[in-house]
Design a protein around this ligand. Structure first.
Ligand code: DIG
Ligand code: MN
Ligand code: MN
Length: 388
């Protein structure tokens, strides 16, 4: 029996807001008593997490006095020292307070836009103080219910102005910090700008310091848009922009469910884990998820353990898939190359183009070939079902 005990080298992290979620939803009051940041750190240490992430106001209440802030930070640092947990990522809450009801960086009110920058600079300082090397931006309120309210062009330009200002702030402070932009198509706004990871990758290239900025794709958010999460992650990785990742699960076409990792679509979770392990992703495996509203805190611990155990089980299944002789033989056959196209492979030359034009393909044979994907996918299913 393999040991699926989480270890620091697995880099499993949870936000304070995940296992600290009190179970409030749009149709119901909290079902769990709030835990303090220190109690959450202790819970995460008990289940075997490597690190803990936070929004500024998960840790420091928005109206805390400087003295209250300092006490909270001191207690939090002690809990980190006592448990050995680290803080790989921090982020700003720019979505809860009513001031942000029309967005933060994209608000029509210049005072709100300026306040959002001030709040984010303070939150960046706090994150760096606690050791964060990645800073996430999730623009949960950067959106619209009616496009009568503002031009999407203004929104894009305001988002860019804010990101450029904050990149320059980090440079000016000399912080060792990278930004990771997290997309979501909607909720809590009717529409959210930069709706998918793809939009974010394009937006990053318009910034003054694109090298400082990557993405933080979340399973549920891409799937809310009906997209294949792995394909978005692969595009981010290919672009050198996978700076962080939010793991959870989701039934496509529903509200943001933030389910326990692997609990809704185990096959997609398998291909994602296989990808991250195959490419050697070295970042946090951050579970931005929360337990069912039905749970008490023992159930919350089951949720957290389940996220990590499922990841480790799928990591083992991926190694098994990679080593399966029948699967690898099928892949070799599927990708066979008899050398017929060698004369025109690779970068363009006029000679290659001429040779390619002159080449006669047996189109009917190309179309007649059976690719055995049914067999390959069935073998994959059987690896997942544990019968191989
Ligand atoms: C929601 O998916 C968002 C917020 O929880 C947070 O800003 C970000 C950090 O992972 N994810
Ligand atoms: Mn989510
Ligand atoms: Mn997230």
């Amino acid at each position: 029996m393999t040991d699926y005990t989480p270890k620091p080298e697995h880099r499993f992290t949870f936000g304070l807001w995940t296992v600290g979620n009190v179970g409030r939803d749009p149709f119901g009051e909290p079902v769990r008593e709030p835990l303090s940041p220190v109690e959450i750190v202790q819970l995460l240490a008990e289940v075997g997490a490597y690190g803990v992430n936070f929004h500024d106001n998960d840790l420091i209440p928005i109206d805390a006095t400087p003295a209250e802030r300092d006490k909270i930070v001191a207690d939090f640092k002690k809990a980190l020292a006592d448990t050995g947990l680290v803080v790989p990522m921090a982020t700003t809450n720019l979505f809860t307070d009513p001031a942000f009801k029309d967005g933060a960086f994209t608000s029509n009110d210049p005072k709100v836009r300026a306040y959002a920058l001030q709040k984010t600079m303070n939150a960046i300082d706090l994150g760096v103080e606690l050791g964060a090397k990645v800073y996430v931006f999730w623009g949960g309120r950067e959106g619209a219910e009616t496009d009568a309210a503002k031009s999407p062009l203004d929104a894009i330009q305001r988002n860019r102005e804010a990101m450029n200002f904050l990149c320059d702030y980090v440079i000016d402070q000399g912080y060792d910090l990278k930004f990771a932009l997290e997309a979501k198509p909607n909720e809590p706004r009717g529409h959210i700008y930069n709706a998918t990871t793809g939009h974010m990758l394009a937006f990053i290239e318009t910034l003054d310091h694109p090298e400082m900025v990557g993405v933080n794709p979340e399973v549920a958010h891409e799937q809310m848009a009906g997209l294949n999460f792995l394909h978005g992650v692969a595009q981010a990785w290919d672009a050198g922009k996978l700076f962080h990742i939010d793991l959870n699960d989701q039934v496509i076409g529903r509200y943001d469910q933030d389910f326990r990792f692997g609990s809704a679509d185990i096959k997609s979770a398998f291909f994602l884990v296989k990808f991250l392990e195959d490419v050697g992703y070295q970042g946090s495996r951050h579970f931005d998820a929360h337990a069912y509203r039905t749970e008490d805190y023992e159930g919350v611990k089951d949720f957290a353990r389940g996220c990590m155990r499922t990841y480790l089980i799928l990591k083992e299944k991926a190694a098994q898939w990679n080593a399966d002789p029948e699967i690898q033989a099928l892949l070799a056959e599927i990708n066979r190359d008899d050398g017929e196209t060698d004369p025109f492979k690779g970068a363009y030359t006029a000679a290659k183009a001429a040779a390619l034009r002159a080449h006669r393909f047996d189109r009917k044979a190309l179309g007649a070939r059976g690719l055995a994907y049914e067999r390959l996918d069935q073998l994959t299913i059987e690896v997942l079902l544990g019968v191989r």
